[in-house]
Design a protein around this ligand. Structure first.
Ligand code: HAM
Length: 427
């Protein structure tokens, strides 16, 4: 039969990589818990208009990259390309986004963007993100960036670079947009066809274009810093001061605009040098105005998302210890039931335990136990069943011990007794 292949850009995460995901997720969850974030799980599909209105009609994500389809009743649905829009929608619906109220929500899960697959870029990828809704002070921005830095450290991603910019707000951004549009129009002949349209539709996106010619032109474009109003300038200076005090290194990047339209004021991105072209491990920023744009009250927000695939790549190789502590070996037909019971007791006591298949010779079973790297082999054959005692082989010291099979009845006691035979050390 012909095999059915997976879909391009939708990858399987196989062991041992899958375990890396679990471990990194667990480490990040511990950091998020310490920062007192609570998890939210939103659906994978949303109404298409949610993303169009929040991320922006003229962004690459909405124009080119969404997986949208009509439901049977004609409603256009989209597989979420990111988490912020869904979290804000859910927070509004559940009444969590209110004036004088703060919601601290985090999420982990798959996102979908129909980009051209390449190293570090997938059509289904995973994000872990946070949204702090209801805070407009600079301390909130700084705390979120510090949290991002702590997440990177917890994942083992060292050597990353944090870049930071302020995008202005509803008061000062229009003047900057106009200046960019005028600059783009003056250089229209040197810009790609897409950017020629962007001049009028969404001039900020001119700074995102990957085309070499456009990048050359935009290198001389006006900078947002020259257009920031006084409150935006003060806010940004406060954020920077707080990050310096927290000793979180960052670089100002006056051309950072991010690929989503909802940002206002602080925007940031984390770049990793070892990732090649897709070097953004994470990014985020402030999105004052988004809650209101989605029909909620005028409540501010700030957050970030890390791409798990890229984060794990940035963290580099880490060998996780998968060796079982105990390999239980049934050496007789009637040993199967007691072995299953013994292994279960050990496992419930948190001991990583492997059961070898029954009916094998002692020699081949021991070879397997050795190959698995088990610290101990627990042998149960006819002799052991007769005597009511298992043989424990300490694989490291190559010594044999006898251990009563029933041994106190509890898993921890059994696990403790096995460990004690080995001098108390684990794997
Ligand atoms: P974003 O920069 O679009 O921001 O995505 C965040 C991260 O997701 C990226 O830095 C990258 O690591 C990962 N990522 C994005 N696209 C792909 C892809 N095709 N393949 C692999 N990884 C990818 C957001 O999504 C915002 N919602 C972040 C945010 C939260 N802003 C405020 N709150």
């Amino acid at each position: 039969m012909k095999i059915i292949n997976g879909v391009r850009g939708f990858h399987d995460i196989l062991p041992p990589q899958s375990e890396r995901f679990t471990v990194v997720e667990a480490r990040l969850r511990a950091v998020l818990a310490a920062y007192n974030y609570e998890e939210i799980r939103t659906p994978i599909a949303e109404r298409t208009e949610l993303f169009a209105r929040s991320i922006g009609e003229t962004t690459d994500i909405v124009e080119k990259e969404m997986y949208s389809f009509d439901d049977r009743d004609g409603t256009s649905l989209t597989l979420r390309p990111e988490g912020t829009a869904s979290v804000v929608r859910a927070a509004i619906e559940a009444g969590l986004a209110q004036r004088d109220q703060v919601a601290k929500l985090c999420y982990v899960g798959p996102m979908f963007r129909r980009e051209r697959p390449q190293k570090g870029r997938y059509r289904q990828f995973h994000q872990i993100g946070v949204e702090l809704i209801g805070r407009e002070d600079a301390l909130a921005d700084a705390e979120v960036v510090v949290l991002l830095a702590d997440c990177l450290a917890a994942a083992g991603a060292t050597g990353t670079q944090m870049i930071l910019n302020s995008l202005g707000d509803a008061a000062c951004r229009p003047a900057y947009r106009a200046a960019l549009a005028a600059y783009g129009e003056a250089h229209a002949e040197e810009l790609c066809a897409n950017c020629q349209q962007r001049c009028t539709r969404n001039p900020l996106r001119l700074l995102d274009c990957k085309d070499e010619g456009c990048r050359r032109v935009m290198a001389q474009a006006p900078l947002v810093s020259a257009y920031l109003c006084k409150p935006c300038r003060t806010h940004f200076a406060q954020v920077e001061r707080l990050l310096e005090a927290a000793e979180v290194p960052f670089t100002e990047s006056p051309r950072l605009v991010r690929g989503l339209d909802y940002y206002a004021r602080t925007a940031f991105e984390v770049l990793a040098p070892n990732l090649g072209a897709q070097n953004a491990v994470g990014g985020g920023g402030r999105y004052d105005g988004l809650v209101e744009a989605l029909g909620g009250p005028p409540v501010a927000g700030v957050g970030f998302a890390l791409g798990l695939e890229r984060l794990i790549m940035a963290a580099g190789e880490e060998t996780l210890d998968r060796r079982p502590e105990v390999c239980v070996i049934p050496l007789a037909e009637r040993a199967a039931a007691p072995v299953l019971q013994l292994a279960r007791r050990l496992r419930l006591a948190g001991t990583r335990c492997e059961i070898e298949s029954s009916g094998r010779s002692l020699k081949s079973a021991m070879r397997r136990a050795d190959k698995l790297g088990a610290r101990f082999a627990l042998l149960v054959g006819e002799d052991e069943l007769e005597a009511g005692r298992a043989t424990v082989r300490d694989m490291r010291r190559q010594t044999d011990h006898r251990l009563a099979l029933a041994l106190g009845g509890t898993g921890p006691a059994l696990a403790g007794a096995i460990r004690a035979l080995g001098g108390g050390d684990r794997v």
